[in-house]
Design a protein around this ligand. Structure first.
Ligand code: AMP
Ligand code: MN
Ligand code: MN
Ligand code: MN
Length: 276
Protein backbone atom coordinates (compact mmCIF):
# COMPACT_ATOMS: atom_id res chain seq x y z
CA UNK A 1 0.00 0.00 0.00
CA UNK A 2 1.84 3.09 -1.26
CA UNK A 3 0.14 5.45 1.17
CA UNK A 4 1.19 3.44 4.21
CA UNK A 5 3.41 4.73 7.01
CA UNK A 6 6.04 3.08 9.18
CA UNK A 7 7.98 4.03 12.31
CA UNK A 8 11.42 2.44 11.93
CA UNK A 9 13.10 3.49 15.17
CA UNK A 10 11.98 2.48 18.67
CA UNK A 11 13.32 0.68 21.74
CA UNK A 12 11.91 -2.16 23.83
CA UNK A 13 12.70 -3.55 27.27
CA UNK A 14 15.54 -5.48 25.58
CA UNK A 15 17.51 -2.23 25.65
CA UNK A 16 16.47 1.02 27.31
CA UNK A 17 12.81 1.13 26.31
CA UNK A 18 9.91 0.69 28.73
CA UNK A 19 7.56 -1.40 26.59
CA UNK A 20 7.69 -5.07 25.64
CA UNK A 21 7.92 -6.03 21.96
CA UNK A 22 4.19 -6.89 21.96
CA UNK A 23 3.25 -3.56 23.52
CA UNK A 24 5.26 -1.75 20.83
CA UNK A 25 3.49 -3.73 18.11
CA UNK A 26 0.10 -2.86 19.62
CA UNK A 27 1.06 0.79 19.95
CA UNK A 28 2.29 0.97 16.34
CA UNK A 29 -0.78 -0.78 15.07
CA UNK A 30 -3.08 1.59 17.00
CA UNK A 31 -1.17 4.57 15.57
CA UNK A 32 -2.11 3.29 12.10
CA UNK A 33 1.32 2.12 10.99
CA UNK A 34 1.49 -0.63 8.37
CA UNK A 35 5.10 -1.47 9.22
CA UNK A 36 7.56 -0.87 12.04
CA UNK A 37 11.00 -1.77 13.31
CA UNK A 38 12.27 -2.25 16.85
CA UNK A 39 15.88 -1.04 16.87
CA UNK A 40 17.26 -1.95 20.27
CA UNK A 41 20.82 -0.99 21.21
CA UNK A 42 23.23 -3.89 20.59
CA UNK A 43 20.59 -6.63 20.79
CA UNK A 44 18.09 -8.43 18.56
CA UNK A 45 16.26 -10.01 21.50
CA UNK A 46 12.91 -8.39 20.70
CA UNK A 47 12.71 -9.24 17.04
CA UNK A 48 11.29 -12.75 16.78
CA UNK A 49 8.47 -12.08 19.21
CA UNK A 50 7.66 -8.79 17.47
CA UNK A 51 7.57 -10.42 14.02
CA UNK A 52 5.32 -13.27 15.19
CA UNK A 53 2.97 -11.03 17.10
CA UNK A 54 3.04 -8.47 14.28
CA UNK A 55 1.84 -11.13 11.86
CA UNK A 56 -1.18 -11.83 14.02
CA UNK A 57 -1.91 -8.09 14.15
CA UNK A 58 -1.34 -7.51 10.43
CA UNK A 59 1.66 -5.23 10.90
CA UNK A 60 4.91 -5.88 9.05
CA UNK A 61 7.91 -5.94 11.42
CA UNK A 62 11.31 -5.28 9.83
CA UNK A 63 14.19 -6.82 11.79
CA UNK A 64 16.35 -3.96 13.03
CA UNK A 65 18.94 -2.85 15.56
CA UNK A 66 21.01 0.18 16.60
CA UNK A 67 24.73 -0.37 17.10
CA UNK A 68 26.81 2.10 19.13
CA UNK A 69 29.99 2.73 17.19
CA UNK A 70 32.70 5.32 16.93
CA UNK A 71 34.51 7.32 14.35
CA UNK A 72 37.23 9.88 15.11
CA UNK A 73 36.70 9.44 18.83
CA UNK A 74 33.04 10.40 18.41
CA UNK A 75 30.13 8.11 19.29
CA UNK A 76 27.87 7.46 16.35
CA UNK A 77 24.86 5.15 16.08
CA UNK A 78 24.39 2.84 13.12
CA UNK A 79 20.96 1.39 12.41
CA UNK A 80 20.68 -1.96 10.65
CA UNK A 81 17.53 -3.12 8.83
CA UNK A 82 16.56 -6.43 7.23
CA UNK A 83 19.36 -8.17 9.11
CA UNK A 84 19.43 -11.93 9.54
CA UNK A 85 18.76 -11.73 13.27
CA UNK A 86 19.61 -15.41 13.70
CA UNK A 87 23.10 -15.11 12.20
CA UNK A 88 25.61 -16.72 14.59
CA UNK A 89 28.25 -14.18 13.68
CA UNK A 90 25.90 -11.28 14.44
CA UNK A 91 24.75 -12.82 17.73
CA UNK A 92 28.33 -13.38 18.88
CA UNK A 93 29.33 -9.81 18.13
CA UNK A 94 26.27 -8.36 19.85
CA UNK A 95 26.89 -10.51 22.89
CA UNK A 96 30.43 -9.19 23.12
CA UNK A 97 29.18 -5.58 22.79
CA UNK A 98 26.78 -6.24 25.67
CA UNK A 99 29.58 -7.73 27.74
CA UNK A 100 31.66 -4.60 27.36
CA UNK A 101 28.60 -2.54 28.32
CA UNK A 102 28.42 -4.62 31.51
CA UNK A 103 32.11 -4.14 32.31
CA UNK A 104 31.77 -0.41 31.80
CA UNK A 105 28.62 -0.34 33.98
CA UNK A 106 30.63 -2.04 36.73
CA UNK A 107 33.22 0.71 36.47
CA UNK A 108 30.52 3.38 36.74
CA UNK A 109 29.07 1.59 39.79
CA UNK A 110 32.55 1.65 41.42
CA UNK A 111 32.74 5.39 40.89
CA UNK A 112 29.26 5.86 42.33
CA UNK A 113 30.21 3.76 45.36
CA UNK A 114 33.15 6.09 45.96
CA UNK A 115 30.65 8.93 45.90
CA UNK A 116 28.48 7.33 48.57
CA UNK A 117 25.95 5.23 46.66
CA UNK A 118 25.58 1.63 47.82
CA UNK A 119 24.25 0.16 44.57
CA UNK A 120 25.80 -3.00 43.15
CA UNK A 121 26.04 -4.24 39.57
CA UNK A 122 23.40 -6.78 40.67
CA UNK A 123 20.98 -3.94 41.42
CA UNK A 124 21.64 -2.54 37.96
CA UNK A 125 21.17 -5.90 36.25
CA UNK A 126 17.93 -6.53 38.08
CA UNK A 127 16.48 -3.54 36.19
CA UNK A 128 16.77 -5.58 33.00
CA UNK A 129 16.36 -9.01 31.45
CA UNK A 130 19.03 -11.47 30.42
CA UNK A 131 19.41 -10.40 26.80
CA UNK A 132 19.14 -6.73 27.67
CA UNK A 133 21.82 -4.28 26.61
CA UNK A 134 22.67 -2.75 29.99
CA UNK A 135 23.44 0.92 30.03
CA UNK A 136 23.25 4.15 31.94
CA UNK A 137 19.43 4.15 31.92
CA UNK A 138 19.49 1.00 34.09
CA UNK A 139 22.06 2.57 36.42
CA UNK A 140 19.83 5.65 36.70
CA UNK A 141 16.87 3.45 37.65
CA UNK A 142 18.92 1.61 40.28
CA UNK A 143 20.12 4.91 41.77
CA UNK A 144 16.56 6.16 41.87
CA UNK A 145 15.32 2.96 43.51
CA UNK A 146 18.08 3.27 46.12
CA UNK A 147 17.02 6.86 46.82
CA UNK A 148 20.52 8.15 46.09
CA UNK A 149 18.83 10.47 43.58
CA UNK A 150 15.30 11.82 43.60
CA UNK A 151 14.61 11.07 39.95
CA UNK A 152 15.88 9.28 36.86
CA UNK A 153 16.96 12.58 35.30
CA UNK A 154 18.81 13.69 38.42
CA UNK A 155 21.04 10.62 38.07
CA UNK A 156 22.12 11.93 34.67
CA UNK A 157 22.60 15.58 35.44
CA UNK A 158 24.41 14.99 38.73
CA UNK A 159 26.40 11.80 38.13
CA UNK A 160 26.28 9.77 34.93
CA UNK A 161 25.41 12.18 32.11
CA UNK A 162 28.16 12.83 29.54
CA UNK A 163 31.14 14.44 31.29
CA UNK A 164 29.59 14.18 34.79
CA UNK A 165 31.71 12.84 37.70
CA UNK A 166 30.70 9.17 37.44
CA UNK A 167 30.62 9.10 33.63
CA UNK A 168 32.80 6.60 31.83
CA UNK A 169 32.86 6.33 28.06
CA UNK A 170 31.67 3.14 26.51
CA UNK A 171 34.28 1.37 24.38
CA UNK A 172 32.54 1.02 21.02
CA UNK A 173 33.29 -0.87 17.86
CA UNK A 174 34.45 1.21 14.90
CA UNK A 175 31.85 2.56 12.47
CA UNK A 176 33.50 0.54 9.71
CA UNK A 177 33.16 -2.70 11.68
CA UNK A 178 29.54 -1.92 12.55
CA UNK A 179 28.70 -1.36 8.88
CA UNK A 180 30.59 -4.52 7.90
CA UNK A 181 28.76 -6.53 10.55
CA UNK A 182 25.38 -5.34 9.28
CA UNK A 183 26.20 -6.15 5.66
CA UNK A 184 27.67 -9.52 6.62
CA UNK A 185 24.28 -10.17 8.26
CA UNK A 186 22.49 -9.38 5.01
CA UNK A 187 21.20 -6.03 6.24
CA UNK A 188 21.28 -2.38 5.25
CA UNK A 189 23.11 0.18 7.39
CA UNK A 190 21.88 3.69 8.12
CA UNK A 191 23.56 6.42 10.13
CA UNK A 192 21.16 7.22 12.99
CA UNK A 193 20.10 10.82 13.83
CA UNK A 194 23.23 12.41 12.29
CA UNK A 195 21.87 15.89 13.09
CA UNK A 196 24.54 18.54 12.98
CA UNK A 197 27.25 16.26 14.28
CA UNK A 198 28.23 14.37 11.18
CA UNK A 199 30.49 16.41 8.88
CA UNK A 200 30.75 15.96 5.11
CA UNK A 201 34.09 14.27 5.68
CA UNK A 202 32.60 11.72 8.08
CA UNK A 203 29.73 11.10 5.66
CA UNK A 204 32.22 10.47 2.87
CA UNK A 205 34.05 7.92 4.95
CA UNK A 206 30.87 6.16 6.10
CA UNK A 207 29.84 5.92 2.44
CA UNK A 208 33.23 4.46 1.53
CA UNK A 209 32.65 1.80 4.20
CA UNK A 210 29.40 0.82 2.46
CA UNK A 211 26.76 2.87 4.30
CA UNK A 212 23.36 2.33 2.65
CA UNK A 213 21.35 5.20 4.00
CA UNK A 214 20.69 8.14 6.30
CA UNK A 215 18.06 8.50 9.00
CA UNK A 216 16.36 11.72 7.97
CA UNK A 217 13.21 11.81 10.07
CA UNK A 218 14.02 11.98 13.79
CA UNK A 219 12.72 14.14 16.68
CA UNK A 220 16.18 15.72 17.13
CA UNK A 221 16.24 17.02 13.52
CA UNK A 222 14.96 20.44 12.54
CA UNK A 223 13.25 21.04 9.19
CA UNK A 224 16.28 22.66 7.61
CA UNK A 225 18.60 19.92 8.85
CA UNK A 226 16.32 17.31 7.32
CA UNK A 227 16.38 19.13 3.97
CA UNK A 228 20.21 19.12 4.07
CA UNK A 229 20.33 15.43 4.93
CA UNK A 230 17.86 14.67 2.15
CA UNK A 231 20.18 16.46 -0.28
CA UNK A 232 23.18 14.50 0.99
CA UNK A 233 21.22 11.28 0.49
CA UNK A 234 20.20 12.20 -3.06
CA UNK A 235 23.70 13.30 -4.09
CA UNK A 236 25.16 10.02 -2.88
CA UNK A 237 22.39 7.64 -4.00
CA UNK A 238 21.62 6.73 -0.38
CA UNK A 239 18.41 5.36 1.04
CA UNK A 240 16.45 7.28 3.68
CA UNK A 241 14.83 6.13 6.90
CA UNK A 242 13.20 7.59 9.97
CA UNK A 243 11.22 7.10 13.13
CA UNK A 244 10.35 8.38 16.58
CA UNK A 245 13.22 6.82 18.60
CA UNK A 246 10.49 6.04 21.13
CA UNK A 247 11.73 4.76 24.50
CA UNK A 248 8.56 5.26 26.49
CA UNK A 249 10.26 7.14 29.28
CA UNK A 250 9.75 10.85 28.81
CA UNK A 251 6.72 12.97 28.12
CA UNK A 252 8.12 14.12 24.75
CA UNK A 253 8.40 10.53 23.69
CA UNK A 254 4.67 10.02 24.04
CA UNK A 255 4.01 13.19 22.06
CA UNK A 256 6.41 12.11 19.31
CA UNK A 257 4.99 8.67 18.72
CA UNK A 258 2.86 8.66 15.59
CA UNK A 259 4.42 11.79 14.08
CA UNK A 260 7.81 10.48 12.89
CA UNK A 261 7.65 7.96 10.11
CA UNK A 262 8.63 6.93 6.60
CA UNK A 263 6.43 5.80 3.72
CA UNK A 264 6.03 2.28 2.46
CA UNK A 265 7.69 3.50 -0.77
CA UNK A 266 10.88 4.13 1.20
CA UNK A 267 10.72 0.59 2.54
CA UNK A 268 10.25 -0.75 -0.97
CA UNK A 269 13.36 1.17 -2.04
CA UNK A 270 15.26 -0.55 0.77
CA UNK A 271 14.05 -3.95 -0.34
CA UNK A 272 15.22 -3.28 -3.87
CA UNK A 273 18.70 -2.61 -2.51
CA UNK A 274 18.90 -5.92 -0.70
CA UNK A 275 21.15 -8.52 -2.27
CA UNK A 276 20.55 -12.14 -1.62
P1 AMP B 1 24.64 4.29 27.28
O1 AMP B 1 24.34 3.62 25.98
O2 AMP B 1 24.81 3.34 28.42
O3 AMP B 1 25.76 5.30 27.20
O4 AMP B 1 23.33 5.13 27.66
C1 AMP B 1 22.83 6.07 26.76
C2 AMP B 1 21.33 6.25 26.99
O5 AMP B 1 21.14 6.96 28.22
C3 AMP B 1 20.69 7.11 25.92
O6 AMP B 1 20.23 6.30 24.85
C4 AMP B 1 19.53 7.74 26.67
O7 AMP B 1 18.44 6.84 26.69
C5 AMP B 1 20.07 7.89 28.09
N1 AMP B 1 20.62 9.22 28.40
C6 AMP B 1 21.84 9.72 28.06
N2 AMP B 1 22.02 10.98 28.54
C7 AMP B 1 20.88 11.28 29.21
C8 AMP B 1 20.43 12.44 29.94
N3 AMP B 1 21.21 13.53 30.09
N4 AMP B 1 19.20 12.40 30.50
C9 AMP B 1 18.41 11.30 30.36
N5 AMP B 1 18.77 10.19 29.69
C10 AMP B 1 19.97 10.18 29.11
MN1 MN C 1 18.43 4.70 24.06
MN1 MN D 1 20.77 6.57 19.01
MN1 MN E 1 17.60 4.89 19.32
Amino acid sequence: MASGKADLHMHSVYSDGRLTPRELVDKSSKAGFQAMSITDHDTVGAIEEAIDYGQSKGIYVIPGLEISAEIDDMEIHILGYFIDYKSENLLEHLSSFRKSRLVRSGMIVDKLNEMGSKITIGNVMSQAGEETAIGRPHIAMALNEEGFVGSYNEAFYKYIGDGKPAYIRKPNTSAKDAIDLISASGGLSFVAHPGRFVSDDVFARLISYGLDGIEIVHPSHKKEGMANLQRTAELNFLLTSGGSDYHGGSRNDHKNFGSYYVTIDQINNMKRRLTY
